[in-house]
Design a protein. Sequence first.
Length: 184
Amino acid sequence: MVYGRSSELLGFAPGARVLIVNCDDFGMHEAVNAGVIDSIENGIASSCSLMVPCPAAADAIRLLRERPHIPFGIHLALIRDSPEYRWGPAAAKADVPSLLDPDTEELFVDTTAKRTALLAAAKLNEVERELRAQIDAVLDVGLAPTHLDWHCLADGGRADILDLTMALAQEYGLAARIWLDDGR
């Protein structure tokens, strides 16, 4: 897998060193959405990352449709930030049962124990189904994301999930924002 061409996919020259200030969690709540838009239009941010399964994703999509000049990525989400934040998958629950917390029938919450449970239970074909559902939900409304990144699992949590995500970025022609949690 080749890492390192993402800045070129964003339109920058090969070898260019760039600073991109990206607002995270767009779509989580309407207040987050308002803050993200303000940061891009009146602050120093230059892009954002949309979380499709979140409660205010429809509002975020509306805002992006009204502002086609805003570069954005898809913040792939397999887990939730905290117990108070509630959302399920973008795919039908029946199609991704290994990604659902049996206690809530929603995506797992981001605690060490729950993350470990998700990574142990997640079937790669269901992970792919969910990630494609999130990407396709954005493309199906006519939006053009610039990149993929992912929520709470750093490098994907498993090598096969990282490889799948990088393959999806390549397939869809998108840059990838990754954080390799290699202990350095």
